[in-house]
Ligand binder design. Structure first.
Ligand code: XIL
Length: 381
């Protein structure tokens, strides 16, 4: 990304913020010309993950938000192995092609997510117990998918979630068949298929020291052995309190010290209870015993003002930190566009009402949106 240094003063924003007068609503009406992308232009890309409805043109309101507010996109599901390569010799590029077209048409920084991941993998991949077979499938997958979008997809999440919480390698089907060098091999394959693409390792829970150390050791090893790795993706499925700002800052500093830029690739902030103190984003976790429990979904109709403001402050603080370290950050991507479609309504408990994003269920910008636009972007030199 070309880094154009600029001074930008707090946007002149005409916002109507109803705090006390408007019963339980905090309304923000967007009448200024600043967008999220323009506000942070020259500092880092600002992205959103988009679902199939948006990609296929069935959700015009979300699409308008995406193309006006953001300058980068990530496919929430459509490029995952189970959809794009469902059978050994069958690829389905219909939705993926539309996704890339949308990004090209709007001149966006296009992300590919994700090439090698143990979840949302095709059925035929799940129980392979043969190194040669596995190598063939992985090679074919990476070659075919990356080559198809060579020069079009700007960055790939090459390997997703390959580490355990203690910093050891996850014993996934890839590890089981290919051994510990599979990560380095997949990066090499991706480079061969598109030498210009930015190649990213993506994971959650970077704030855990042991996990971060394990991942960053791998990054350093790859770099010192000449394997092309261009960045680390920190998923950033966070909540109102955790991780702390100090912990987030430490992630940025440590990734930078490992010699690559950091991207916050899947940012969302849950406002719902997490009594089991579960952290991270392992998508197969499911606390079905809490389904229908109103204590676990305390805001079924509306987010109270108090929490709305906490969310806004949390986003403000996080973006202030991002601006402070913008020389080390390449991209910040929200995991979704508006609250209603967020995966956090159904994970880790199905059927809750969560409010993790910047646009509400009526597609209107929330106070959190406003609070991010009010983050001062400073001159770097
Ligand atoms: C999630 C999607 O948002 C859901 O729609 C899907 O059902 C499960 O996956 N880490 C990742 C993302 O890397 O791909 C996951 O996305 C969220 C956790």
């Amino acid at each position: 990304m070309k880094r154009i240094k600029k001074i930008s003063y707090i946007s002149i924003v005409s916002a109507i913020i109803c705090t006390i007068g408007c019963a339980n609503t905090v309304l923000v009406s967007k009448t200024n010309n600043s967008t999220l992308a323009t506000h942070f232009k020259g500092l880092f890309h600002l992205g959103a993950a988009i679902n199939e409805e948006i990609i296929l043109g069935n959700d015009q309101k979300s699409e308008n938000i995406v193309t006006s507010e953001f300058n980068s996109i990530t496919p929430e599901n459509s490029l995952k192995w189970m959809f794009i390569h469902p059978k050994p010799n069958t690829f389905d590029f219909n939705t993926a092609d539309r996704y890339v077209e949308l990004g090209l048409k709007n001149d966006m920084y296009i992300v590919g997510h994700a090439l090698v991941w143990h979840n949302q993998l095709a059925d035929f991949m799940q129980n392979i117990d043969n190194a040669v077979e596995m190598q063939e499938y992985v090679t074919n997958h990476v070659n075919t998918v990356v080559s198809r979008y060579r020069g079009k997809i700007d960055a790939w999440d090459v390997v997703n979630e390959a580490f355990n919480e203690d910093g050891t390698l996850r014993k996934s089907v890839f590890f089981h068949n290919l051994g510990e060098n599979y990560i380095s091999d997949v990066f090499k394959l991706a480079e061969k298929a598109d030498p210009e693409a930015n190649l990213i390792y993506n994971d959650y829970n970077f704030y855990k020291q042991e996990k971060r150390a394990g991942i960053l050791n791998m990054v350093k090893k790859l770099k010192s052995s000449g394997v092309k790795i261009d960045g680390v993706g920190v998923q950033a499925h966070w909540d109102l309190a955790s991780p702390s700002l100090d912990q987030i800052e430490q992630i940025i500093l440590d990734v930078h010290a490992a010699g690559v830029p950091v991207s916050f690739t899947e940012l969302d902030i849950s406002v719902l209870p997490n009594p089991w103190e579960m952290v991270g984003a392992e998508v197969t976790q499911n606390f079905s015993q809490f389904e229908g429990d109103s204590k676990m979904s305390p805001y079924p109709n509306q987010l109270p003002n108090k929490v709305q403001k906490q969310l806004a402050k949390r986003y403000h603080d996080i973006f202030q930190l991002f601006v402070k370290h913008s020389d080390k950050i390449e991209r910040v991507t929200f995991w979704g566009v508006m609250d209603k479609h967020s995966w956090l309504n159904d994970w880790p408990i199905k059927g809750r009402t969560n409010y993790p994003l910047l646009f509400d269920r009526n597609y209107n910008p929330k106070l959190a949106y406003q609070s991010i636009l009010e983050v001062e972007t400073k001159q770097q030199n």
